[in-house]
Design a protein around this ligand. Structure first.
Ligand SMILES: [Cu+2]
Length: 172
């Protein structure tokens, strides 16, 4: 009997250690465990996009950056609802604050970033957050965002609640 029990117990112990080490590793990488509640706000995520009620996000990506620096996130929002909406705020656990900016050419030909309190999302229209236009600024990163990392971003809409999007980080 003991000869059978020993390998089983050793196997179980190995599994427990494996699971614990995975959990510790995931926490160290600053993942989304503390954001599980916001993840529940979404209606569904697919490989190429995230959807909340009538708003779909795709082509999303963020620029790599070091702790203490800023980073920019780009995406395309499509309000597929037959009702106007407004992007009123964004949250991230990877930065001290998040701002919506609009890059605009000023008189002398230089680009200037203007803070936007909100962004209108007219019904059945797409609004592009792309270089040189609207973008999301992560201000004062609380950790390094390296190429290949992912970071959770939660968009808040006036009418249609929250949309959580997992943003892949890329070099630029
Ligand atoms: Cu900016």
């Amino acid at each position: 009997m003991k000869k059978v029990l020993l390998p089983i117990l050793t196997g179980m112990l190995f599994l427990i250690v494996l699971v614990l080490s995975i959990l510790v590793y995931k926490d160290k990488t600053g993942n989304y465990s503390q954001n599980q509640s916001t993840m529940d706000d979404i209606c569904g995520i697919t490989d190429d996009g995230a959807v909340v009620t009538g708003i779909r996000a795709n082509n999303f990506w963020g620029k790599a950056g070091l702790k203490g620096d800023n980073s920019e996130i780009y995406l395309i929002l499509h309000n597929r609802f037959a009702e106007d909406d407004v992007l009123v705020g964004i949250s991230s656990n990877a930065a001290k604050s998040v701002e919506i900016h609009l890059s605009q050419m000023v008189v002398d030909g230089a680009m200037k970033m203007i803070i936007q309190e909100s962004v209108a999302l007219p019904q059945n229209r797409k609004v592009e957050f792309v270089p040189g236009s609207f973008h999301i600024m992560l201000i004062n990163l609380t950790r390094d965002l390296n190429s290949g990392d992912e970071t959770l971003l939660t968009l808040h809409f006036q009418n249609q609640g929250n949309l959580a999007v997992i943003i892949p980080i890329k070099d630029w």
